[in-house]
Design a protein around this ligand. Structure first.
Ligand code: GCB
Length: 611
C-alpha cells in the first residue's frame, strides 16, 4: 500500500541514531534551578496493545514513511471534513495523570504490559526570541518514542533515568502537541530482563518539564571534592550552544569566599580546580551544603553542593578520613502514600523519614535509579546513598546491545547525580550468576563508571557460597569481588536457607581484604500476624531472623554495615500467596499502609546503640 524509497529510510535511520545519542550526551543537569514549565497533569491517552498507531497493516512503522497516514498516532490527526476517515482521537480519549504509573491509576491496566500513547497539548511563549527550549523527562518506563508537533524527536530506553530533546525549531506559540509512545513490555535482552521481583509499572512515571535556556548555556557540571586532596574542589563545566569555545564561566561559592573564572576549550568544556582550607565538610551529622553559583553570560545556575570524601582504607570505609559504619536499609521506589510507583517529594520524604526513625545513616536504593528527589533530600538529611543499575539476575551477558543499554542507563544516573554528596556507591548489579561473559560485562561497567566518576566507590550485590564445600562456612567466591571497592552480598540464612537458628551455626571466611557490606538479609512477615517464632509469616519469625542475623554478622571481621531487605512491603507479581502476600513481597519492616512490624524495633535498637 505505501512505498518508501531506500534513501529516505537511510536518512531516517541515520537521523534517529543521531537523536538517540543526543538524548544521553546532551543531558541537562540540575533542572531544579532552571527556568522550567511543568508539563505534569492530565494527558490524553490511548491504550494500543497491537501498536496500531505505530505500524501500518503491513507492520511497517508509520514513522519511516514520508507522509505518515492518518493512522499514525503521533500526527495527532483530526478529520479535515466530514468525509475524512481517522480512527482515533486523543482529545476524545480519557485522561491520565502524569507523573504516575498507569497500573495503579486505571483498574483495567493493572497488569497491562504494552504500548500506551500519551498526548499533551500546550501553548508556550518564550521569554526571549533567541532562547532555546527542551523537553525533559525524568523517567518513562520502559521505552519512550517521543514526537513533537508530528515530528520524531527520538527514543529513549530504560525506565529510571532522565533524557531530554530540543524542541526550539518546532515550537509554536499555541497548539503544540507532545506525543509519547510508552512501551513497558518486558524483554529477555532488556535491562532489567524478563524476570525480576518487583512490579513493572508502566507510564510516564516521573515529572515532565520544558526547560528554557539561552542560546548558549551551562548544560552540565561536575563539582566535587578531590578524593586525593580535601582542600581542592575539582571537576568541569560544559556549555551547550554554537558559540561556546573560549568562553569565560564564573564559579562562586560565597560561603568559602571563592570567586573564580575558567575558560572553555573548543568544545565548550572547562576544567575546574578550586582551593580552600576552610571547607565545612558534608557528613551524616553535618549535612552542610554550599551554595554554588555558575555564571556564563546571562545564564546563571545555582546548586547546593556538599563536599566530602569517601574512600576505603583496607577493610574500612572512610567518610572525610574517618571510619564510618553504614547503618542502612534497602528501599524500593514505591509511594508510601498512594501505593504504586513513587515520584513525589512527599513520597521521598516519607521513606527517608522512616529510614531516619530506624536510626539509619545510609540507604540502598534498590534495584534501579530512584527519582532525583530522593538524592536531593538525602543530601539535606545527611543520609548516605547506594545507587544501583537495574542489571538484575539473568541479564543477556553476551548481547552487545544489552551491554550498551546497561552502560547507558548507568551513565545517565551518574550524570544526573554526580554532584550529590549523599551518593557514595555506584552499584553495578544485583545477584548475578558468575560466568565469564558476566564478569566481562560487569568489569566493563565498572571501568566505565570509574572513568566517568573517580570520586565514588563501586560495588555490586553479589552472592555468597559454601567455603570449600562446607555449608557451615560461607565465603564469597566471585572474581568480580576483585574489581569492586566494597564487597557486598545478599544472604538469607534463616529464610530461604534454613530456619533462624541456623544463623548460630554459620561462620564466615571472607578472604578479600576489603570492607564488607551485607546488601540484603531479611524475612517475610504479614503485619499483625502473630505466633511463635517458628511460624512463617508471623512478625515473631521475622523478628527472630533479625535477632539471629545481627548476632551472626558480628562474626564478620570486615563488616562495615548493612542494608536489610527491606524498609516497606512492596508489590511483586511473583508473590501470590493468598491472605499473606496478596501480590506483595512481605519482607518490609513496615507494611504498605505504614504499620511497623516487630523487627523494625530490633534493627532500630541495634542502630541506636551503635554510634
Ligand atoms: C533478593 C533480591 C530481591 C528480592 C529478595 C527476596 O535477593 O535481591 O530483589 O526481592 O531477594 O525477597 O527474595
Amino acid at each position: 500500500m505505501f512505498k518508501i524509497n531506500r534513501i529516505t529510510l537511510f536518512f531516517i535511520s541515520v537521523f534517529s541514531a543521531f537523536f538517540q545519542l543526543n538524548a544521553q550526551e546532551n543531558l541537562i543537569v540540575n533542572t531544579y534551578n532552571r527556568t522550567v514549565k511543568s508539563l505534569n497533569g492530565d494527558w490524553n491517552y490511548i491504550v494500543d496493545p497491537y501498536e496500531n498507531g505505530f505500524y501500518n497493516y503491513r507492520y511497517e512503522p508509520f514513522e519511516n514513511q514520508e507522509n505518515p497516514a492518518n493512522g499514525a498516532f503521533f500526527t495527532n490527526a483530526k478529520p479535515k471534513d466530514k468525509t475524512d476517515l481517522i480512527e482515533y482521537d486523543f482529545d476524545l480519549s480519557d485522561v491520565i495523570e502524569v507523573p504516575s504509573d498507569w497500573n495503579t491509576q486505571k483498574e483495567n491496566l493493572y497488569y497491562y504490559e504494552g504500548t500506551v500513547w500519551y498526548k499533551k497539548s500546550f501553548d508556550f511563549v518564550k521569554t526571549n526570541q533567541t532562547n532555546r527550549v527542551f523537553v525533559y523527562f525524568e523517567a518513562v518506563n520502559y521505552q519512550a518514542d517521543v514526537y513533537f508537533n508530528g515530528k520524531k524527536l527520538g527514543k529513549h530506553i530504560g525506565g529510571f533515568t532522565p533524557f531530554n530533546f530540543e524542541i526550539t525549531d518546532l515550537l509554536k506559540e499555541s497548539d503544540n502537541f507532545l506525543v509519547v509512545k510508552v512501551d513497558n513490555k518486558r524483554k529477555k535482552e532488556a535491562v532489567p530482563t524478563l524476570n525480576t521481583d518487583w512490579f513493572n509499572y508502566g507510564g510516564i512515571t516521573r515529572d515532565v518539564k520544558l526547560i528554557e535556556t539561552s542560546a548558549n548555556f551551562i548544560q552540565d557540571y561536575f563539582i566535587q571534592l578531590n578524593p586525593e586532596n580535601k582542600q581542592q574542589i575539582k571537576g568541569f563545566v560544559q556549555l551547550n550552544g554554537t558559540n561556546i569555545a573560549n568562553k569565560e564561566v564564573f564559579i562562586t561559592i560565597p560561603a568559602l569566599k571563592i570567586k573564580t573564572k575558567v575558560v572553555t576549550d573548543a568544545k565548550g568544556k572547562a576544567a575546574i580546580a578550586l582551593y580552600s582550607k576552610k571547607i565545612n565538610y558534608w557528613s551524616t551529622k553535618n549535612p552542610y551544603l554550599y551554595d554554588v553559583i555558575l555564571k556564563f553570560g546571562d545564564d546563571e545556575l545555582k546548586d547546593q553542593i556538599g563536599f566530602r570524601t569517601i574512600k576505603t582504607n583496607g577493610q574500612e570505609i572512610h567518610l572525610n578520613d574517618s571510619k564510618i559504619f553504614l547503618k542502612g536499609i534497602s528501599i524500593h521506589e514505591e509511594s508510601p502514600i498512594r501505593g504504586g510507583r513513587g515520584y513525589s517529594v512527599e513520597d521521598a520524604q516519607q521513606l527517608l523519614n522512616w529510614a531516619k526513625e530506624l536510626g539509619c545513616n545510609y540507604v540502598r536504593l534498590a534495584h534501579y535509579p530512584h527519582n532525583e528527589h530522593m538524592v536531593r533530600l538525602a543530601d539535606k538529611m545527611g543520609i548516605l546513598v547506594w545507587e544501583e543499575n537495574p542489571v538484575y539476575w539473568t541479564i543477556a551477558w553476551d548481547n552487545k546491545e544489552t551491554y550498551k543499554n546497561a552502560e547507558n542507563q548507568l551513565s545517565e544516573v551518574i550524570n544526573r547525580d554526580k554532584n550529590r554528596a549523599s551518593v557514595i556507591i555506584w552499584s553495578m548489579a544485583n545477584e548475578t550468576p558468575t560466568s565469564e561473559p558476566r564478569n566481562i560485562f560487569l568489569t566493563n561497567l565498572a571501568k566505565h563508571t570509574r572513568a566517568l566518576d573517580p570520586t565514588r566507590l563501586i560495588s555490586a550485590a553479589l552472592e555468597q557460597s559454601n567455603y570449600q564445600g562446607d555449608s557451615s562456612v560461607r565465603t564469597i567466591h566471585d572474581s568480580f569481588a576483585d574489581v569492586v571497592d566494597v564487597l557486598s552480598f545478599n544472604q538469607y540464612v534463616g529464610w530461604y536457607d534454613g530456619l533462624p537458628e541456623k544463623c548460630g551455626q554459620i561462620t564466615w571466611k571472607i578472604t578479600q581484604n576489603k570492607p564488607v557490606l551485607i546488601s540484603e538479609f531479611g524475612a517475610g512477615a504479614k503485619v499483625g500476624l502473630h505466633g511463635d517464632k517458628l511460624t512463617r509469616w508471623t512478625e515473631e519469625y521475622q523478628e527472630d531472623v533479625y535477632i539471629q542475623t545481627l548476632k551472626m554478622l558480628e562474626g564478620i571481621e570486615q563488616l562495615q554495615g548493612f542494608s536489610p531487605w527491606i524498609l516497606v512491603d512492596f508489590k511483586s507479581p511473583r508473590r501470590v500467596l493468598p491472605k499473606i502476600q496478596d501480590g506483595y513481597n512481605r519482607k518490609g519492616l513496615i507494611s504498605e499502609d505504614g504499620q511497623k512490624k516487630k523487627a523494625f524495633y530490633v534493627l532500630k535498637n541495634f542502630y541506636d546503640a551503635k554510634n
